[in-house]
Ligand binder design. Structure first.
Ligand code: ADP
Length: 520
């Protein structure tokens, strides 16, 4: 049992793990994709800018160098690039080492595009250096194209190399090469910072999202776990009083918990009723079965030889069997009385006609009784929402009881009347009456005030509980007023049906083709 619980616990926790992992994975993948895209865009744009800077330097140099008709060499390159050098060559004053003007960038033209990141170098046709503006002289590597760009990595930094062949504008001959190397310090630090920020932001985002989703999921899973625990307890013991405790949250889970609690209450009350019913039924059937068994035993011992015993026992057994049949029919009626909503939803019955017919029928069966009918207060067209068979059954139960429990005065009064909202039917007798204590119990299943006497009269204690269930199903009421030794009065009350609603129900009833024959 312990292992099972442990397994279930793990299974439930795995919901949190699964959920949180999915969130973490989704966020990570989204962030990685987003970061890669942003990194690429920024990188491409900055690189374009760097290439343009390099190309500007190359173009400026090329423009100057292409005016030289011969092969490039120190003697023709330096003077053409730097007016200061030209001056020295012509015998001007020497310029100190510290003076940075002794390179190509002292020229106004080139100085305007000068950049500490840029190393420009000029080579002759044979790849020998003839001019450089920086300390680092890129080693010449032959190249085929007229111009080309190349990115190399040095000490973890990206360096952009731009190559260009120089052709003389005078004779179109190849005179040398220009190679510009761009350290791209700004680009390298920008990309490094961007990468670092992205990693940090991604980690923070993943941690925050995972924590938030864990809290959210935990909040949802916790009540589910509680519900499942209660379900397991009830599963193990259907009578368990375990219920889901108040969740204190105004959402679907709270609704679900309330519904589950209500469902459990209802289910357990049904189980209880069912148990009680089975107990009651077996108890009620025991007596007739015992009586039949007794008679059969008697028949076996003496009945074969004694025609009188034979006759008596057979008659008594038949009577008992008949009573059993009656009891079974009543139990069936009781069960069916609980399902009326489903079976007869749109039935409408004329009260005046039905009461009149039942009273007349019963008066014929019991000629020794005077059954008076007072329908003065009931308009002839009065209708209520009930299946006519059920209204008849109700009247038969009440009038039958009135007859059964009458004493000397064999008179029954039946009256029907109308108030603003209700239809009342009253059955009154002048018989033995019912004590206040018993009046509370007579509607219970199998309850009889005097078991032995009632049995003599053929009662099973089911009539009034059938009546109660029927009236309940039609949203009516049944009540009793009685004085012991003087008589009783049972009153049925039904909601009055407006003409409009009656017409609507009749129409619905015509349309629905429920096969009622098999329900009766
Ligand atoms: P039964 O089939 O035994 O009559 P009911 O459920 O109809 O069962 O009635 C339950 C009990 O209530 C009866 O056994 C009887 O003791 C009492 N009772 C019912 N109707 C009357 C009445 N009109 N006068 C006196 N007692 C009654």
């Amino acid at each position: 049992m312990m292992t099972k619980n442990k397994n279930e616990e793990t299974k439930h926790s795995s919901l949190i793990v699964r959920w949180v992992s999915i969130v973490a994975l989704t966020i990570t993948v989204s962030f990685v994709i987003f970061s890669v895209v942003v990194y690429q865009i920024v990188s491409q744009q900055s690189l374009d800018q760097q290439q343009e800077t390099s190309r500007n330097v190359v173009t400026t140099l090329d423009r100057t160098l292409s005016s030289i008709p011969d092969e490039l060499q120190i003697s023709n390159v330096i003077p053409s690039l730097s007016p200061a050098t030209r001056r020295i060559l012509k015998g001007g004053p020497v310029i100190s080492d510290k003076n940075t003007t002794n390179n190509a960038f002292s020229d106004n033209l080139i100085a305007s595009i000068s950049n500490p990141d840029i190393n420009a170098a000029v080579y002759n046709k044979h790849g020998e250096i003839v001019f450089t503006n920086g300390n680092v002289t890129p080693k010449f590597k032959p190249f085929k194209e007229v111009e080309k760009n190349e990115i190399i990595k040095r000490n973890g930094h990206q360096i952009l190399l731009t190559y260009q062949k120089v052709y003389s504008s005078v004779n179109n001959k190849l005179t040398g090469y220009i190679v510009v190397s761009n350290n791209m310090t700004y680009y390298n630090s920008l990309m490094k910072n961007l990468l670092r920020s992205m990693v940090v932001i991604s980690i923070i985002a993943i941690v925050v999202f995972v924590m938030t989703s864990y809290i959210l999921v935990f909040n949802v899973v916790k009540p589910i776990k509680r519900m499942s625990k209660v379900a397991q307890e009830v599963n193990a013991d259907p009578n368990s009083g375990a219920r889901i405790k108040e969740l204190n949250r105004d959402d679907e889970l709270e609704d679900l918990a309330t519904s589950i609690n209500q469902m459990l209450d209802r289910m357990q009350s049904y189980i209880e009723q069912q148990k009680q019913f089975v107990g009651d039924v077996s108890h009620e059937l025991r007596t007739p079965v015992a009586v039949i068994e007794g008679h059969l035993n008697m028949l076996e011992r003496w009945g074969k030889d004694d025609p009188q015993i034979l006759d008596e026992s057979i008659k008594a057994s038949l009577q008992e069997a008949d009573r059993m049949k009656h009891l079974i029919q009543e139990m069936l009626d009781l069960t069916r009385a609980e399902q009326i909503d489903v079976q007869y939803p749109h039935e409408v019955t004329n009260v005046y006609d039905t009461v009149k017919r039942v009273v007349a029928d019963l008066a014929m069966v019991h000629p020794d009784f005077e059954i008076r009918l007072d329908e003065d207060d009931l308009p002839q067209g009065t209708e209520i929402q009930i299946y006519h068979g059920h209204l008849e059954q109700l009247l038969v139960i009440l009038i039958d009881n009135a007859i059964k429990y009458s004493t000397d005065l064999k008179q029954i009064n039946v009256s029907a009347g109308l108030t603003k909202k209700e239809v009342n039917i009253i059955v009154q007798d002048f018989g033995e009456g019912i004590s206040k204590e018993d009046q509370k119990k007579i509607f219970n299943r199998f309850y009889r005030v005097d078991k032995a006497r009632t049995r003599e009269k053929g009662g099973n204690g089911l009539g009034l509980s059938i009546a109660h269930k029927l009236v309940d199903s039609y949203h009516g009421e049944i009540s009793v007023e009685s004085v012991e030794g003087q008589g009783s009065q049972f009153k049925l009350t039904f909601p009055l049906l407006s003409k409009k609603k009656a017409a609507k129900l009749k129409k619905l009833n015509e349309n629905s083709e429920l096969p009622k024959s098999n329900l009766e």
